[in-house]
Structure formats: C-alpha cells, structure tokens
Design a protein around this ligand. Structure first.
Ligand SMILES: Cc1cc2nc3c(=O)[nH]c(=O)nc-3n(C[C@H](O)[C@H](O)[C@H](O)COP(=O)(O)O)c2cc1C
Length: 320
C-alpha cells in the first residue's frame, strides 16, 4: 500500500492513536467503521497469544462491518514498542506479518528492524518522534510516515512547537507527516493540514468515549480538567509525560522535582503509571462529554466540513 492509497481509504485524514490500558478492540473497530484509521497497542494484550486473538477479533469485526454496510472500513494499525525493555517486539511483529496488519506504528527505540519486514508484505510503518534527531533516524530507516508528537500531547509528549518542528522535519524528510498534540476537533485536523501535516493523530479525546477501557472516574476527570490540571513530569516513569495533576497528588508524586529518579523510587512509581496515575494532554480543555465513538467521529466530520466552508468564505473575501 502507498501513502496515497492509505489516505484514499480514510473519510478524513485522522488516525486514532494507540493508548496503553485505554485502547479497546471496540475503539479500533468503531473508528475504522466510521472511516478513520486507528491503532491498537500490542501490549494491551497480556501475551502474544492474546494479541493474536485480538488481531483476529479486529479483522473479524471489520469483515462483518463490510458485509453489513457495503462500506470498506478504514485500515487499522498496531503499535509496537521497539526498545530493549519490550521482550515481545519480535513475537508481536510476527503476528502483524501473519495477519498482514495494514500499518505498524513504532515508538521509542529504532524502527529500522521493522521497516523491511512490514514493507515485504505491503504494510506501512509510521514512527513516533518528539525531536528532530529522532526524526532524522526515522527518516534514515525508511519509514513511510513520521508522527510528530508536540507539546501538550497525552502520554510521552514532546516540548516542541508544532509549526517549528514540522518545518524542521520537512527540510530533510519527504514522507508523510502525522501531527499529534491536543487535536480534538474537526477544525484542529484542518489546522494540522495547514501546518503541513498529512494526517492528525488523536489520543486524549478518544479516552472519553463509551468504547475506551478507561474507568468512569478517569473519563469524568477528563471532563472536569482543564489545561492547568495537566502536569509534565519525569517523576513517574523517569521519562517526561503529561498526567492529570489530581492523580499525581493522590499517589504522592513530587511533581515539582526534576531529579533523576533513583532505581528504588522508580520501581515504586512505575507500576502505578497509567494504571493509577492517569495520563492526558492539554486537549482535556475541549472535553465536555463522554460520547460513543460513532457520534464523536460524526461530530468531528461535521466540524471539519464546517471549517472548510468557513475557509472558502475567507478566500472569497480576499482583496488580493
Ligand atoms: C493514556 C495514554 C496512553 C498512551 N499509550 C501509548 C502507547 O502505548 N503507545 C504510544 O505510542 N503512544 C501512547 N500514547 C500517546 C498517544 O498515542 C498519542 O501520541 C497522544 O495521545 C496524542 O496526543 P493527544 O493525547 O493530545 O491527542 C498514550 C497516550 C495516552 C493519553
């Protein structure tokens, strides 16, 4: 598949991002049924055997949807963590190859060893970056797209401004750009395209859906939170990420500190991360309700179209 073919399979240029302990089979299949690509994190399945069952289930759900609606669902992807802490990289990749998962998103580490294997069966590879240096490495490894994770994103966000980082990466990379960080609405997707991105990547907004695996309390906290309630800290896993302040306080995390965590402290906090200490991006400010994925995507499509109409009006009023 080429990037152009991938794009032509989506109703709007949006990809639902992978979220550890949050993304469910239903979140993926419902998004794809609505014409939006979506990514399942392989580690959400407890073992590689469970992961294989999950891929089977997603394929089955999408096949059924195709029969019932006569509409071909958007492609789904799998997120594989490629650093040395993940013992399942190769085994999970083998499942992606077996089922010819349409695209693979690699995060942390290097995409190099994955690219050839996925290309061999016709799949695409997108790699997650927060810095120019990581983007250069991803470009060298031949990925089809670079996911540019900017300031205010949920999870392991970056600190870069999206305008600047996209411009920087476009100087040396000609593949697809996927922008992440507080993208919640249809008009945000269009804004991402105007900045030079080919696709938008959406995480936090999708947590507050019926289909996500997040608890009721987590979803409710997203509704109650605004930008001031999100804290960027390295005091949970040793790597900087955005979390909901209240859950840091509840778990006695000293988020004012920037010290490197001792091994002892790290083992204490790490097992609480994502499970008890909840992540979200600055985009919480735009979350006011918990919706069904179908309704949320419908709303996003309408916002996207309305913004296009608005842009057309702006164009008509131009005096030059
Ligand atoms: C709860 C949570 C879990 C996440 N887990 C993963 C993960 O397992 N793999 C990954 O590549 N990114 C993960 N991310 C990052 C997202 O895929 C994505 O980059 C980010 O959510 C986009 O920014 P946004 O949340 O502002 O939309 C996670 C984000 C959140 C909020």
């Amino acid at each position: 598949m080429t990037i152009q073919e991938f794009k032509s399979k989506l109703d709007i240029p949006l990809i639902v991002s992978p979220m550890f302990l949050v993304s469910s089979v239903q979140l993926i299949t419902e998004s794809c049924k609505q014409g939006i690509a979506a990514v399942y994190p392989s580690l959400n399945a407890r073992t590689t055997d469970d992961f294989e069952k999950t891929i089977f289930e997603i394929n089955q759900g999408l096949e059924k949807a195709k029969e019932h609606t006569n509409k071909v669902p958007a492609p789904f992807g799998v997120n594989i963590i490629v650093n040395k802490n993940n013992q399942r990289t190769q085994a999970d990749l083998a499942i992606c190859k077996k089922y010819q998962v349409p695209f693979v998103v690699t995060s942390l580490g290097s995409a190099k060893e994955i690219v050839d294997e996925v290309h061999q069966y016709g799949g695409l590879v997108f790699h997650d970056v927060i810095k120019k240096r990581h983007a250069e490495k991803a470009a060298e490894s031949g990925v089809d797209g670079i996911i540019v994770v900017c300031v205010g994103a949920g999870g392991h966000a970056g600190t870069a401004n999206p305008f600047a980082l996209i411009s920087e990466i476009k100087k040396f990379y000609k593949g697809a750009i996927i922008l992440a960080g507080s993208i919640n609405k249809g008009n945000d997707i269009l804004a991402a395209q105007n900045m030079g991105a080919d696709f938008a990547y959406m995480g936090t907004r999708m947590i507050a859906t019926d289909e996500s695996l997040a608890s009721k309390e987590y979803k409710q906290l997203l509704i109650e939170s605004s930008i001031e309630d999100i804290v960027y800290t390295n005091q949970v896993t040793g790597v900087y990420a955005n979390y909901i302040k209240k859950t840091l306080i509840n778990n006695d995390i000293d988020f004012h500190s920037t010290n490197t965590l001792s091994a002892e402290k790290l083992s204490e906090t790490k097992h609480k991360s994502w499970k008890n200490i909840w992540s979200a991006g600055h985009g919480v400010t735009d979350i006011h309700s918990i919706l069904k994925v179908k309704d949320l995507i419908q709303q996003i499509k309408i916002e996207y179209k309305k913004q296009l109409i608005k842009n057309n009006e702006i164009l008509k009023q131009l005096k030059f």
